[in-house]
Write a protein that binds this ligand. Structure first.
Ligand code: NAP
Length: 250
């Protein structure tokens, strides 16, 4: 039986992925930072499978991450696959520059992800294991009001692409997941209409397929939405800003 560790497994995409992997007979360890949320998620999933474990872990705290990974490796099972999905999301409703928001998102989405990768690499080296980070198409290009979140997602994309080269010598596979809009607690905060909004179960199905099939560096879905955002990366700025002007008068 293989083991997956999912950060941010208490809700949304992480929770749905946990349920999907449990159904496919994986051993699943979920982590998150809020005890009540994690206990609730764990209660639901434990009823469905005895292969579910949960460990409270705030990824912004390096010692917490180290303790968690050490505990999984020594007391549960070596980790075959780590899905780093924990993230903070607090969309700017305006175009104001909110320093506190930048600091929060850097702390969780960037520092937290780096903490996990640093600890995991020490255990995983030489074992042909896999670390996958959930980023976002918001990181493909600067978008109005999305500076703080988008910046952290762009940095994740850049980081994982670097590690694609650097971790080859450690025999650790890395990949990045770029979902379109998925209906979760985070996106419920959005005040705009989200095109091609999909369920967490849809995301979990795509992520399971992508992570357990033939290795690929990038997993993205739904194709049409994310591919369109990819195309926007090559638009000249004038054309790109015309698009946003039409969409939201930015
Ligand atoms: N939903 C979308 O449309 C969408 C699209 C593209 C990418 N994504 C990405 O997908 C991932 C999951 O997002 P989601 O939409 O499923 O959001 P979500 O339901 O809000 O889940 C976020 C998860 O992260 C955990 N978390 C937050 N801060 C943490 C911390 N300091 N330490 C440990 N865990 C922490 C939360 O649990 P606690 O509160 O218990 O800590 C929760 O389990 C994120 O990386 C997000 O950027 C989402």
């Amino acid at each position: 039986m293989q083991t997956i560790w999912i950060t941010g497994g208490s809700s949304g995409i992480g929770f749905a992925v946990a349920r999907k992997f449990l159904k496919q007979n994986w051993r699943v360890v979920i982590s998150s930072s809020n005890k009540t949320k994690l206990d609730n998620a764990s209660k639901i999933l434990k009823k469905e499978s005895k292969n579910l474990y949960s460990i409270l872990c705030n990824i912004t705290n390096y010692e917490d991450v180290k303790k968690t990974v050490t505990r999984i490796e020594n007391e549960i099972s070596p980790i075959n696959l780590a899905l780093l999905g924990a993230a903070a999301y607090s969309p700017n409703k305006t175009q104001d520059f909110d320093l506190k928001n930048y600091e929060l998102l850097i702390d969780v989405n960037l520092k937290g992800t780096i903490n996990c990768i640093d600890v995991l690499k020490n255990f995983m080296k030489g074992r042909n294991n896999h670390i996958s980070v959930i980023s976002s198409p918001v990181g493909f290009r600067g978008m109005p009001t999305a500076g703080a979140y988008g910046m952290t997602k762009a940095a994740q994309l850049n980081l994982v692409e670097s590690l694609y080269f650097d971790f080859k010598k450690l025999n650790i596979k890395v990949s990045v997941i770029n979902p379109g809009f998925i209906d979760t607690d985070s996106t419920k905060l959005n005040s705009f209409k989200m095109p091609m909004l999909k369920s967490p179960e849809y995301a979990a199905h795509e992520i399971y397929k992508g992570l357990t099939g033939k290795y690929k560096f990038e997993i993205y879905f739904p194709f049409l939405l994310v591919f369109s955002v990819k195309i926007m990366r090559i638009l000249p700025l004038k054309l790109y800003s015309y698009f946003w002007k039409k969409l939201g008068n930015f």
